[in-house]
Structure formats: structure tokens, C-alpha cells
Design a binder for this molecule. Structure first.
Ligand code: PHE
Length: 415
């Protein structure tokens, strides 16, 4: 069966061998949880926006513009090429992104809009919205989540207002050669001076620590970790200590000069960061399961209704209904091995059939039969409804439907 086109919001897209977006995923488009006033994600969004509005003003006006309603369908150029993400980079894999077709996908990060906004002449801006990634299923992963991304750019006069002798760019850097910039030095891009890079790093880190403390209070424990992103250099991740473990909350760095130059401004240096709203909201309000963000239950939403933005709120479970775990084991047909079978494809199928009662899917066992050499996988599927008790019969019914769909899709044999 071949699908010739994909319909999304009344628009028709040509399908091809990259198409892997499912009707279930398409149904999340336009939900805009980050803009729903009762939703915890919206509260965190407003707190972050307020922090940037109040920290940066220019002649009494906010120096940041906010874009929180950019459509999530983007081109591979926006999501990858504009950000110097190479063609063979793992983040582009079909197994990790929701492609509408070869050239179009549901954005995998808000950074996908960075170049177009720079091109439109903006220098300081926030981009807030829903992003889509294929991933495992558990209490902290959902294929749709929300990010806040930002860019802050400065010209020489802004960065070094009373130091006319200091420069952003190395005098030896050839601005006319698009290939002249290098990132061999871990400290900085070859085009930038060390003074400019260090001052930007200091500002970036202090702004983000300021934000973290505005959200979590001054006692929050944090650490910086060196990181790599194709679109920034140098790059870092910020981790906070939460529930006895380090949790990554954001990625950031100095924007690659090539990106700024091809989008317009060739005389500025910029920093950028991207953070995940779900993680912050879950930690701030002690929300135990990421699926709760999608709850329409009034018992959940009223806890976040008309609240003071800075009030400390601890989510009280509406009630917790029991889990129900069923295993699924199957023999793979000869074209797959236990190592080439794509778990993310399986997870999407499970979610398509089971919907939001799927709490977790774990690979439990891989097995190669010593005689027949047949390959077998066993997954545990944890079912739980957030708002009522599921009966075993009801779970068995859904489990059977999933088994049938897996047989149809991959030709596996259920054990
Ligand atoms: N886009 C990155 C992510 O999704 C985060 C990031 C944004 C990192 C901007 C650096 C600069 O993980």
C-alpha cells in the first residue's frame, strides 16, 4: 500500500520514501500547550519571557522580541543546512525525525527558525514552540515537546562600549572568504578574538544562571559541561541537580559566524541557547509523568489556573491508577536482525494503536536461537490511564491489536 500524499491542516504534501509522520503525530499540531493559560508549560514560558524582558531593556522597551506561534512544518534547509548540520549527521536520520517527505519535516528543534529570523533583521529574539522527535517511550519522553530558543547578538560598540581598542574579529580573519572560519581551537572560533568570545561566554552563562535561579531559587546546584553543536562554538550544556541526579536543562554556545554571515549581519557576535520546557515544568512542579502535560482533566488543569506566576506549586496527583504490564515477544523475519530492527518505528506503531494509555515501552530481551539462528525480540509494554483504572481485559484487547499491527507491518511472528 503506498500513500501518495499527506494531508496536514488542509494542505497537501507529496509523500515519498522519507515520509514517516503518522496521523497520531499530526493530531498534535496546533495544540500549542505552551499558549494554553492553565498549562504548566505556559507558566514556565511566561516566567522565562518575563526574565528576558526585565533583564534586557533598551530605552525602556524590551530588547527581545518573542515568536511563540511559528508553524512547526519546516524544510530540511531550515532544520539542518542553515545550521551547518552535515548531510550524514545522525540527528537527520529517518529513525529520529518526523519527515513529511525528503524536504519537509516537523521541526526537531526551535533553532530551525534562527536563520530566517536573523535574515529578517532581528538581533535579540526568543522562539518558543512545539518540536517533534522520534524517541523511546517512558515517563520523561514524549514525541512532542516544547522548547524556548534564543539569540542575542551584539555589535562591537555594544559588547565593548568603553574599550575602543578591543575587537570582535581577529585582524587576520578574511571576511571575504566564506570558508575562512575554523573551529579547531576548543576555546573559540578562529574568526573571533579571545576577548570577545570570553565576554560573550561570561554574559551567556550569567544570563542563564540568572534565569535558572529565577525559576528554582538561589540554592539550586548547577554545573556547566562542555558540549558540541554544529551551529555553535564553543558550546556548553547546563545541568541542575534534581532528585539526586544531574539533569541537563539546556544547550548553548556562540553562534557560528558562517550562520550570521549567510543570514545577514557580518559585524556581530551572537550567543544562542535552547531549553526544554517539559523538563523545567516537571522539576518545578514535581509533575511525575510527561503525558500529564497533555491532560485535559480539570483535576490537573485547575492546579495551574489563575496562579501567581512565581508561586511555588507542587502538583498533587489527581489519584494514581494502577499500571498494567504486558510483554510482546516475536521472531523477526529474515530481512531484520536484532540489531537492524528500528525500535523507534516499533514505538510509533505502539503509540499509534495504543494512544496515550501507553506509559512505557522497554526492550526486555534480544535473543538468537542457537539452532535455527532466528532472531527474537521481547518488549515490555506498560499501560496506564492517567484518569481511570484500566481493566486487564481492555489492556489485552489493545495489546492484541498492537500484535496484529506489528505482524502486518513487519511480518514478525508472535511467540
Ligand atoms: N537546538 C539544540 C537542541 O535542541 C539546543 C541549542 C540551541 C544549542 C541553540 C545551542 C544553541 O538540543
Amino acid at each position: 500500500k503506498s500513500v501518495a500524499s499527506v494531508q496536514i491542516k488542509g494542505k497537501e504534501f507529496v509523500a515519498d520514501d522519507y515520509t514517516n509522520v503518522t496521523p497520531k503525530i499530526i493530531s498534535y499540531l496546533g495544540k500549542n500547550l505552551h499558549l494554553q493559560k492553565n498549562n504548566p508549560l505556559s507558566i514556565v514560558r511566561q516566567r522565562i519571557v518575563n526574565y528576558f524582558y526585565s533583564s534586557f531593556t533598551h530605552r525602556g522597551h524590551p530588547a527581545f522580541s518573542v515568536y511563540d506561534n511559528l508553524p512547526p512544518i519546516v524544510t530540511t534547509k531550515q532544520n539542518f543546512e542553515d545550521l551547518l548540520i552535515p548531510a550524514d549527521h545522525p540527528s537527520r536520520a529517518k529513525s529520529d525525525c518526523y519527515y513529511i517527505n525528503r524536504d519537509t519535516l516537523l521541526r526537531a528543534h526551535m533553532t530551525a527558525h534562527q536563520s530566517e529570523l536573523l535574515r529578517s533583521g532581528l538581533d535579540n529574539f526568543l522562539m518558543i514552540g512545539d518540536v517533534y522527535r522520534r524517541d523511546e517511550i517512558d515517563s520523561t519522553h514524549f514525541p512532542v515537546f516544547h522548547q524556548v530558543d534564543a539569540v542575542r547578538s551584539q555589535r562591537r560598540e555594544e559588547l565593548f562600549p568603553d574599550k575602543p581598542e578591543l575587537q570582535i574579529f581577529e585582524p587576520t580573519f578574511d571576511k571575504t572568504n566564506p570558508n575562512a572560519n575554523h573551529i579547531n581551537d576548543p576555546m573559540k572560533q578562529s574568526c573571533h578574538t579571545l576577548e570577545a568570545t570570553k565576554l560573550m561566554e561570561t554574559q551567556l552563562k550569567s544570563h542563564l544562571i540568572g534565569l535558572t535561579q529565577a525559576l528554582f531559587g538561589h540554592n539550586i546546584k548547577y554545573r556547566w559541561v562542555d558540549a558540541y553543536f554544529p551551529f555553535t562554538h564553543p558550546s556548553w550544556e547546563l545541568e541542575i541537580f534534581y532528585e539526586n541526579d544531574w539533569m541537563e536543562v539546556l544547550g548553548c554556545g556562540i553562534v557560528r559566524n558562517e550562520i550570521l554571515v549567510s543570514a545577514g549581519p557580518s559585524n556581530t557576535i551572537a550567543y544562542a541557547f535552547g531549553l526544554g520546557l517539559e523538563r523545567l515544568a516537571m522539576a518545578l512542579y514535581k509533575i511525575p509523568d510527561i503525558r500529564l502535560m497533555w491532560s485535559t482533566d480539570s483535576g490537573f488543569l485547575t492546579q495551574f489556573e489563575n496562579v501567581d506566576l512565581n508561586a511555588s506549586i507542587t502538583y498533587k496527583p489527581v489519584s494514581s491508577y494502577p499500571q498494567c504490564t504486558n510483554d510482546m515477544s516475536f521472531w523477526l523475519p529474515p530481512q531484520y536482525t536484532i540489531d537492524t530492527f528500528i525500535s523507534n518505528d516499533f514505538y510509533d506503531l505502539v503509540r499509534d494503536i495504543g494512544g496515550d494509555i501507553i506509559e512505557q515501552v522497554k526492550l526486555k530481551d534480544k535473543f538468537v536461537h542457537p539452532k535455527s539462528k532466528k532472531h527474537s525480540l521481547c518488549y515490555s509494554i506498560v499501560y496506564r490511564h492517567l484518569e481511570r483504572t484500566l481493566t486487564q481485559a481492555e489492556v489485552n484487547q489493545v495489546h492484541k491489536e498492537i500484535e496484529k499491527a506489528v505482524v502486518d507491518a513487519y511480518g514478525v511472528v508472535i511467540r
